[in-house]
Design a protein around this ligand. Structure first.
Ligand code: URA
Length: 279
């Protein structure tokens, strides 16, 4: 859910982090969201313009006992730009300590599937099973996603690459915050640059809103052929899907998901993306 005052929510979150001893969060207390002309707060990932950044941090205190990482979003951008391959990027994300979610997570969950796949799926964030195994979409929702994709000949073994907006499990599977999305965004944008997928699929409302800068509900956006735009790249066709976790809770909507899969299969064929046998 979008918070009506993300700046206040972020301040409260940063205060909490600072109270918990996380000095890096001090820099985030001064962050203010950018406003569009219409006055609404833009989403966390907005290609092609640069992600909104926290205000410049205060100068480091003299004699500070340890190195303070004052701007984790800038660090993420710098580190992401250094990756020359998906394997390098994965290693870089695993080493990145800027996102406070990492402290409570067991693993860093970056990606799964074929590095040379033409289809790239972006989900929201790892859940408990994903955190335990270090792979995206391997819990019940992920198993449903695999079964759905297999019906149109798409598998992570052959032609699908899967990642998330967020690389560490949010405690209690809560929604990711805008600043957590901003910290992870440079790594996602670089994955897309390196991968150059022919087709993007967004799973659920968070990924759809963040990637496409749309605010319509997922029920309106699902199954539509839209375009993802990123600086320096040609537009990439993108189809939003209902999140498999939603389908587990609302099985009656699986018929809609099936319609969307047929749209996806047709677009794969139009784009020359090879599909395997449907199972
Ligand atoms: N839900 C997601 O969005 N991503 C995962 O990896 C698992 C569940």
């Amino acid at each position: 859910m979008t918070h009506p005052r993300p700046d206040l929510a972020l301040q409260a979150l940063a205060d909490f982090w600072v109270d918990m001893g996380l000095e890096e969060a001090r820099a985030l207390r001064t962050w203010r969201p950018a406003r569009s002309a219409a006055g609404s707060t833009a989403p966390a990932i907005r290609p092609p313009s640069a992600p909104r950044l926290p205000a410049d941090p205060p100068p480091a205190q003299r004699g500070a006992p340890r190195k303070i990482n004052n701007n984790p979003i800038n660090d993420a951008k710098r580190l992401a730009s250094q990756a020359e391959s998906l394997a390098e990027l994965r290693a870089i994300v695993e080493q990145y300590d800027g996102c406070p979610l990492k402290k409570a997570a067991k693993t860093t969950v970056v990606c799964d599937g074929a590095f040379d796949a033409d289809v790239m799926i972006v989900g929201e964030a790892p859940g408990g099973e994903e955190d335990a195994r270090g792979l995206p979409f391997v819990g019940r929702a992920g198993q449903l996603l695999d079964r759905m994709l297999a019906t149109v000949g798409l598998t992570r073994q052959a032609n699908v690459y899967i990642t998330n907006l967020i690389y560490w499990r949010p405690p209690g599977n809560r929604d990711p915050s805008p600043v957590e999305m901003q910290m992870c965004a440079p790594f996602l944008l670089r994955q897309i640059e390196l991968k150059k997928p022919k087709l993007l699929l967004t799973a659920g409302k968070f990924a759809t809103h963040a990637m496409l800068n749309k605010e319509d509900g997922i029920m309106k956006l699902r199954g539509r052929k839209l375009s993802y735009m990123q600086d320096g790249m040609a537009a990439i066709p993108c189809i939003p899907m209902l999140h498999p976790a939603y389908l587990l809770r609302n099985p009656a909507d699986k018929a809609k998901a099936w319609d969307d899969l047929r749209t996806i299969a047709k677009l794969c064929d139009d784009l020359g993306i090879k599909r395997g046998a449907a199972v």
